[in-house]
Design a protein around this ligand. Sequence first.
Ligand code: HEM
Length: 173
Amino acid sequence: MRRASRCRRSTPIRASSATRDGLPSDYFPSPYPNETAARAANNNALPPDLSLITKAREGGKDYVYSLLTGFRNPPANLPAELKPGTGLHYNPYFANLNLAMAPPLTKGQVTFADGTPSTVDQMAKDVTAFLVWTAEPKLVKRVQVGWATVLFLAMFSVLAYLSYRNIWADKKH
Ligand code: HEM
């Protein structure tokens, strides 16, 4: 019986793709089949997974926003060894000044339903806000619960202190 089932495995397994509801712990699906393909398409640099990027980089959301809006021509007095090589783009917010990612946002790239001007600044703010959310979808709830807890503990401390005063009021100590 076992042998028969092993033999059957040699025929290709046709699996249909399965979907399920997303979980907060899911990563963004990569648009590339593997790392080699990703590097081949990006001047040998590996695009990072952005799910947790606002937590993974110093400066968090401010860094991501600055990076998205920081692409510019290199200053004329930049030393030759710091000038962007082929396929690299100057951005003073990136650690080594030149990164393999081309500016991903351009003016007018999207249309806002409410008529908000489609500027790079606006899109960078929106993308960054989204990435803050993906890095911690329950942040707002967590902060709210945190404040409620602190408030409760503060009130409890006052009550405890008043009880202490009351209990010891007529005792000599
Ligand atoms: C709005 C969309 C995008 C955002 C928010 C974004 C954000 C970022 C961030 C934060 C980094 C990390 C920089 C670091 O390591 O500190 C990065 C790197 C990179 N991104 Fe993007 N990216 C976007 C779109 C794209 C697109 C469309 C591509 C390619 C087609 C791309 C390719 C890359 C590559 C190759 C790197 C690595 C750069 C290097 O190490 O030199 N990104 N991106």
